[in-house]
Design a protein around this ligand. Sequence first.
Ligand code: NAD
Length: 481
Amino acid sequence: MTLHARNFIAGEWVASSDLAPDVNPSNTAEIVGHFPRATKAEAEKAIAAAKAAFPGWSRSTLQERHDVLKRISDEILARKEELGAILSREEGKTLPEGIGEVARAGQIFGFFAGEALRLAGEIIGSVRPGVGVEVTREGIGVVGLITPWNFPAAIPAWKIAPALCYGNTVVLKPADLVPATAHALGEIIARSGLPAGVFNLVMGRGSVVGEALLSSPDVDAISFTGSVGTGRKIAATCVASSPMKKVQLEMGGKNPFVVLDDADVKVAVEAAVNGAFFSTGQRCTASSRLIVTDGIHDAFVAALVERLKGVTVDDAMKAGTHIGPVVDQSQLDQDLNYIKIGKDEGAKLAFGGDLVKREAPGFYLTPALFTGASNDMRIAREEIFGPVAAVVRVKDYDEALAAANDTEFGLSAGIATTSLKYATHFKRNVQAGMVMVNLPTAGVDYHVPFGGRKGSSYGPREQGRYAAEFYTTVKTSYTLA
Ligand code: NAD
């Protein structure tokens, strides 16, 4: 039986008159379910419910917050296989990747269950006699969470968990391509013991539900993850609105992975294959630029091509699949267009980039590796967001670092080297929010800050203790004793 999902508004599951099909990219003949395309009025109801619930939830005890977050974490972790399968069916990442992502979402809720008990302020001496100063943190109010399709469980989790932990109320608008995971997550949160209105799930279009969140004076803050174009518009709207909204943006990347002459080729190749192509390259932290020094270039490229020959592109749910399909036709068109652009620019397609047929109709593309690219080509400058990577050959470490930093983005950067000197210099000098030594640029821990600089991020970091910077506002109180 096909699921006909509903939105969760003011503590009730509300049916929608407009439903859209959620298609499995591994088998486009299969519909995962039908999911609401909410109206502006429905989004406004959710915002009103979140506003009404804020005074109560912001004064909830730390124990209540801990217990709710812990219950959510426990259920997600207990059902990670089932939820991972839903995720893989609608997004197309492989089943182990889907289960891994769901587990991470559960761990994030567990982390913030602990953080709820560690809320602390500061007592600071005053410069005036007899005066005491306290610095405390409070929830901001109603937060609108707008999330992308590529991490349907982890990204909503790393926004919802800190929002609730610090006493905010939430309206989640998940990406329209992946509503089933959001719906499953919503069901777990709905039965966690939260008062009505504290958490609301409104599925639908960015242009309707997203815009309703942006245009409402009752939304106090927006946390957005998605593309640079949408992010810019959202930031401009938040600043222009009255009252102004606090805003946090996590956006694109063009992440460099540098391979130096002294690298262990095996380590470098594994990190490159994982970082560039796993999760179908559809990660903001994907290594789409492989910057390789002269001395190791030919050996690295040869080993990488050999390794790619052993990679299986197939149905996300099938055992043995290493790379699932591209998420939808429009992303596939974008990937193919960039493969054409790369060829036209004069780079050499050294491997893959072919559409392939599998048992069921799906968006199957083999990993595409360009060599002979230069850092000024479009394939080395623009985010493609698919299984496409370009090797840029450089003379030495200095040239590699300069190329790594020559980008409008600054999310993640990696280096393969056995030299402590270069690893240390790279960590200090690469312009990125996250740096990986002998590890893929993608794949991070859940308890430490996540985010970038330059065109990749705007506003405070997400995750770990640093999440408090966005999800709280600071109050400084003075008392004359
Ligand atoms: P997108 O910008 O198209 O959409 C993101 C979200 O914004 C969706 O929920 C969408 O419905 C909504 N939206 C679209 N238009 C809107 C509008 N006018 N007003 C309000 N909301 C609107 O991005 P996407 O295609 O879903 O995701 C891919 C992008 O996300 C890539 O650029 C990727 O790099 C980025 N991403 C970044 C991170 C990070 O943490 N830096 C993580 C994952 C993905």
